[in-house]
Design a protein around this ligand. Structure first.
Ligand SMILES: Nc1ncnc2c1ncn2[C@@H]1O[C@H](COP(=O)(O)OP(=O)(O)OP(=O)(O)O)[C@@H](O)[C@H]1O
Ligand SMILES: CC(C)(CO)[C@@H](O)C(=O)[O-]
Ligand code: BAL
Length: 282
């Protein structure tokens, strides 16, 4: 695997690959890689000839007071993991390479409505930062296909919508959520949890399973199901963020005529804010 830090070098390398008719698959990340990221690499390998991954802790998507400075940067270990999984290129640009005119002067991409709900309320401006950097990374890598995890379900929807609205010639694929043996969705931020908090953290996924069972048994009492889940989380030591039974197509709150559902959840425990979701076909 070749590690590249500049856009010019990346473009030159990928131009050669494309000239040989190679299909480029892309997996953008913020590093501190775990098995969930590596499964995105596996999926990219299945649908492309050359896999590019990026590691960039994007300052534009962090709010004031968030963990931009403390976000784990583990480049050497990440290189090893990507290389052992067959990634061909790692693109690891600096802030100056990505934002040469400074962050404030950067043209930004705003995906309305879908960005303004759930994580967009808790993290104002977050999805503008995500859409902007993903749009720029697409311009740098020019992939045929890009893979994003369904763990960040709203982010995947924002990126799909941006790609469609801006007519970007990139196929967007979602990848299933990778979990640990206790059901906790893998996340870089799980590293902020103490051993005791790690024991409690799978409760988030358990409430989603319980809510799914209630919906599959025919309950339409959505507000009660959401409140029950929040109460269970609070009793386990979480603090509330949001818990919403949504229509999968546009993430609006579900009504009792909807069939394709996703429950989106976020909650705080210790120093971490965890997100998770579950898809249900009624
Ligand atoms: N458990 C997981 N299963 C599947 N995909 C995942 C998982 N965790 C992260 N991803 C995906 O990996 C890509 C990069 O995500 P990112 O680097 O932010 O990792 P993360 O573990 O989600 O970190 P954070 O804790 O900061 O949210 C995104 O497309 C994200 O959805
Ligand atoms: C897509 C992404 C790499 C953009 O910075 C980030 O939001 C992430 O890691 O999910
Ligand atoms: N996993 C999405 C990136 C972020 O939380 O900023």
């Amino acid at each position: 695997m070749q590690t590249i830090h500049s856009i010019a070098e990346l473009r030159a390398a990928l131009k050669q690959e494309r000239a040989q008719g190679k299909r480029i698959g892309f997996v953008p990340t913020m590093g501190n890689l775990h098995e969930g990221h590596l499964q995105l690499i596996d999926q990219a390998k299945k649908c492309s000839d050359i896999v590019v991954s990026s590691i960039f802790v994007n300052p534009l998507q962090f709010g004031a007071g968030e963990d931009l400075d403390s976000y784990p940067r583990t480049l050497a270990a990440d290189q090893q993991k990507l290389s052992s999984r067959g990634c061909n290129y790692l693109f690891a640009p600096t802030d100056a390479e990505v934002y040469p005119h400074g962050r404030e002067a950067q043209t930004q991409v705003e995906v309305p409505v879908i960005s303004e709900m759930y994580c967009g309320i808790t993290r104002p401006g977050h999805f503008r930062g995500v859409a902007t950097v993903v749009c720029k990374l697409f311009g740098m890598v020019q992939p045929d296909v890009a893979i994003f995890g369904e763990k960040d379900f709203q982010q995947l929807m924002v990126i799909r919508r941006m790609t469609e609205d801006l007519s970007l010639p990139v196929e967007i694929q979602g990848a299933p959520i990778a979990r640990n043996e206790k059901g906790l969705a893998l996340s870089s931020r799980n590293g902020y949890l103490t051993p005791e908090e790690l024991e409690v953290a799978p409760t988030l996924q358990q409430t989603l399973q319980t809510a799914k069972a209630a919906l599959l048994s025919g309950s339409k009492a959505f507000a009660d199901i959401e409140e029950q889940a929040q109460a269970t989380l609070e009793a386990a030591g979480f603090k509330r963020d949001y818990y919403q039974i949504c229509r999968r197509a546009d993430l609006q709150p579900a009504t009792d005529t909807d069939h394709e559902i996703v429950i989106l959840a976020a909650a705080y425990i210790g120093a971490a804010r965890l997100i998770d979701n579950i898809q249900i076909d009624l």
